[in-house]
Write a protein that binds this ligand. Sequence first.
Ligand SMILES: [Zn+2]
Ligand SMILES: [Zn+2]
Length: 221
Amino acid sequence: MTSADFARNRDNFCYRHPGTQSFVLCQRCMRTICADCQTQAPVGVICPECLKAQRKAESPAQRRARRQSRSMAAMFAGRPPTVTAAIVILTGFIGLLQMIPGIGNEITRALMFFAPSLYPSLNGGVSEPWRLLTPLLVHGGFFHLALNMLALYVIGRSLEPMLGKWRFLALYLISGLGGSVAVALISPLTPVVGASGAIFGLFGALLVIGRKAGRTSPGSW
Ligand SMILES: [Zn+2]
Ligand SMILES: [Zn+2]
């Protein structure tokens, strides 16, 4: 084939834009379409006419699902996970302070959860209820911190835009609180550090929301 033949061959031009060269075919009608005319389909691309025909053939339920997934995508786009980022930065910062010899242990001791410190009679006459939440900020070493923050980031990136900032933060704190209460009941003499309880709660919420949205696992978020 010479280049002149090539230029004359209508199959190498978009059927809707005869001036635009293309080698991509619509997967439904097999006509050539240019980049402007392509819509991503499950397999390959389809042309605007086929897209229209396909949408006409959709059942009302299919149409509703398509609209819903589009509006959900629009809703979540442009909502950066600020609370997630703030928690990761704050916790990471305190994790760094914990590694400083001398003051590191003091910080850990000041923030960790230890059930007896809730009871004035066991704690020199003072109750320290903030310890139900502060263990979220301290970790038992670099890997504990790194793994928890990685998990928090991965889950928060999906979950925070769905819940909104404040509900996400509330869920994080309530889950963390629940973790401390569970430790106080199950193993009251074990001092605890780490955000694992809170992250577990977030993960549970993600599973529930994922199932409600008709997905089998949160992996596709
Ligand atoms: Zn087509
Ligand atoms: Zn075109």
